[in-house]
Design a protein around this ligand. Structure first.
Ligand code: HEC
Ligand code: HEC
Ligand code: HEC
Ligand code: HEC
Length: 163
């Protein structure tokens, strides 16, 4: 994977004004084209779902990582470094505090690394969902079976009355 040049994010012949909300929402897909795992986890969050609907009031990748000054978290100058993350969130969440920034914007609910509570809650919800469908699936099949049996029985009784 190579680092992006101007055109990766801004395009070539169809360069749009980067200040428009539409472009800022569209560029998420450009970031996500290279950072596939990060866009997947981003889409699981409130920010990611709202921007997926086309609204730009919530955080895009660039709201948290910057646009031309994107740096790894380990660099203190990064917008998501321990030193700067609070002010990054506070740009929109005025009341954000140290506790609020514990939120994991890239939590992977299928990996134990993002925390056991999230991992097992996800597993439990999947089991519950599968259980509900299995139960009602079986219920519907038995109901159908019973219905057919009764219909057959009633038809049988009808024939007897004619004799
Ligand atoms: C990683 C993606 C990315 C790359 C690479 C990139 N940009 Fe941008 N650029 C952005 C984003 C996102 C914004 C919008 C910033 C904002 O939210 O205001 C932007 C804004 C701009 C703007 C208008 C706002 C400003 O800062 O003045 C210009 C001009 C610009 N970019 C030029 C360039 C040029 C020239 C290059 C190559 C040297 C480049 N960009 C590379 C993502 C990128
Ligand atoms: C053309 C592919 C490409 C695009 C588009 C792209 N990136 Fe990157 N990005 C990279 C590469 C390559 C690195 C360096 C990775 C490394 O050094 O391990 C990187 C590094 C990063 C890092 C630092 C993490 C690290 O491991 O160094 C962040 C954060 C990041 N990009 C966010 C973004 C955001 C936000 C956008 C959109 C505005 C974006 N990227 C667009 C390829 C891309
Ligand atoms: C709400 C703020 C927020 C948004 C929105 C967000 N990120 Fe992040 N991102 C973070 C934080 C905080 C970290 C560091 C902790 C972590 O890795 O989970 C991070 C880590 C990363 C890293 C690894 C950086 C490193 O140094 O290892 C990449 C790459 C990245 N994000 C890309 C993206 C892309 C691409 C998007 C959009 C699809 C995005 N992020 C949206 C806050 C955000
Ligand atoms: C560009 C503005 C912007 C930035 C930057 C931003 N957010 Fe948000 N975020 C929003 C908006 C708008 C909402 C909608 C709900 C609200 O207003 O609280 C939201 C919602 C949320 C929610 C879910 C709703 C809730 O209030 O529980 C969480 C969690 C969240 N943000 C965390 C963060 C964290 C952590 C950061 C910093 C790493 C961050 N946000 C950065 C705009 C932003």
């Amino acid at each position: 994977m190579t680092a992006p040049g101007c055109t990766d994010c801004h395009g070539t012949h169809t360069i749009a004004d980067p200040k428009t909300p539409k472009w800022q929402v569209d560029v998420i897909r450009e970031c996500g084209g290279c950072h596939t795992q990060y866009i997947k986890t981003y889409r699981d969050t409130y920010h990611g779902q709202v921007t997926d609907l086309g609204y730009s009031v919530v955080a895009t990748c660039s709201s948290c990582h910057g646009s031309h000054e994107v740096l790894p978290k380990s660099n203190p100058l990064s917008k998501v470094s321990d030193e700067r993350i609070l002010s990054t969130c506070q740009a929109c969440h005025a009341k954000a505090n140290a506790n609020f920034v514990q939120f994991q914007p890239h939590a992977n609910k299928y990996s134990k690394e993002s925390g056991l509570i999230l991992y097992y809650t996800t597993k439990a919800m999947q089991l519950l969902l599968a259980g509900v469908f299995a139960f009602f699936g079986l219920h519907t099949i038995l109901w159908l079976y019973r219905g057919l049996a009764e219909m057959r029985k009633r038809r049988g009784e009808g024939n007897e009355e004619k004799h």
